[in-house]
Design a protein around this ligand. Structure first.
Ligand code: PLP
Length: 377
């Protein structure tokens, strides 16, 4: 094939995949990044964040992104950009295992599957605690286990923006309840990290989950769940000491070292995150977060009007609802190119309100869903 044919073929093949613009991607956390952020990625695509001596400017872009995120999370500017939440979670668990020498990870059942996967990879012992009827972690159980495993504990994982419901888990309350025990918390804010801090400014019910809490050592935040092309995430660290734990000797590299669990990391991730930060600014991120939450609340209220049970009034832009025969309903929605996701909660389906989910998309979705649940489609 010649190059033109290859590109035309790929364009045609992509046409066969779900479209963001037509509002088909409803359940995924991926987004339709604006062109300038794709362009930003492309400009730096062939630089390597793991070669900071050769690609000094790329490294500076990464530092600027970590600094900006750290300001939001009240951190000291330590961390690295990653290829997303799974890598950030794996790296955090590794760092905290190395720091503490502990092999036990405590996490509510609401934690993302990458926590379970990371424990398997790192041969750590995951102990899960349940969530209550309001989908919040059972803090009594967590505190009891924290005491029980003190000395063997690598970390407790809490999530700011759970995968199923977008719940920001009560990290501050956990810290208060557990008192003076030695442990570290990893906060998986892969989904909520760029949304919850801005919503919290006007919603006191959103708990504090950042470095202001002494027990918080690591925080995962993803750009690609909100605005940039994938992959693009970050892992923030409490201190330089933690950064040292993910710095490995690499005699063949000009810097003599390798940062993070991956090797080559495209500098495109730094360029696209930098472009997003500098075009939106902190205020722009805040407006986007507020806008998405308003749309999610609108969707939630439309569903309630239809008599559909919304599992939890959305605080972040995820709407999870309960329907009888959810498998069948999902199949019908998919047949209408409305790709909602299942969740781990029985008979419930999820819509993630990303920037491409406009009010028109929501209205069209509600129309189709309403016909399906009333049995007329
Ligand atoms: N953490 C949370 C809370 C998530 O919802 C997800 C993905 O949905 C991840 C981590 C993993 O992110 P990624 O798929 O970018 O690795």
């Amino acid at each position: 094939m010649d190059v033109t044919e290859i590109i035309e073929t790929l364009r045609r093949l992509r046409e066969g995949e779900p479209s963001y613009v037509r509002g088909e991607v409803l359940g995924s956390m991926t987004v339709d990044a604006p062109n300038y952020l794709v362009e930003a990625f492309k400009i730096f695509i062939n630089t390597n964040l793991n070669d900071p001596k050769l690609f000094k400017i790329t490294y500076e872009l990464e530092r600027a992104c970590i600094k900006w995120l750290s300001e939001i999370m009240h951190g000291g500017g330590y961390g690295l950009l990653t290829y997303g939440g799974s890598e950030s979670n794996l790296t955090a668990l590794y760092v905290l295992r190395e720091l503490t020498g502990g092999d036990v990870v405590l996490a509510p059942k609401s934690a993302h599957i990458s926590i379970r996967k990371s424990c398997k990879v790192l041969k750590m012992n995951l102990i899960e605690v349940g969530v209550d009827e309001d989908f919040l972690p059972r803090l009594d159980d967590l505190c009891r286990l924290i005491r029980k495993y003190e000395g063997r504990l690598a970390c407790v994982v809490m999530t700011a923006g759970t995968t199923d419901l977008g719940v920001v888990e009560p990290v501050e309350l956990l810290v208060k309840m557990c008192g003076d025990v030695k442990y570290a918390i990893h906060v998986d804010a892969a989904y909520g990290g760029l949304i919850a801090p801005f919503i919290a400014e006007s919603d006191p019910e959103i708990p504090v989950f950042d470095f202001r809490l002494e027990k918080v050592y690591t925080i995962a935040v993803d750009f690609h769940k909100l605005i940039t092309p994938a992959p693009c995430g970050a892992l923030l660290l409490r201190s330089r000491e933690l950064e040292d734990l993910i710095t490995f000797e690499a005699p063949y590299m000009p810097s003599g070292r390798n940062r993070g669990l991956l090797g080559t990391r495209s500098g495109g991730i730094a360029a696209t995150a930098w472009a997003a930060i500098n075009s939106l600014g902190t205020e722009g991120f805040k407006q986007l977060a507020l806008d998405l939450v308003s749309r999610a609340k609108y969707l939630s209220s439309r569903l309630v009007e239809l008599g559909i049970k919304v599992l939890k009034e959305p605080k972040l832009p995820i709407v999870t609802f309960n329907v009888d025969n959810s498998d069948k309903v999902m199949k019908r929605l998919w047949a209408s190119k409305m790709y909602v996701y299942p969740t781990s909660i029985p008979n419930s389906l999820r819509v993630v309100v990303g920037p491409h989910i406009t009010y028109e998309v929501i209205d069209a979705f509600v129309r189709v869903l309403s016909n399906i649940v009333r049995g007329s489609e």
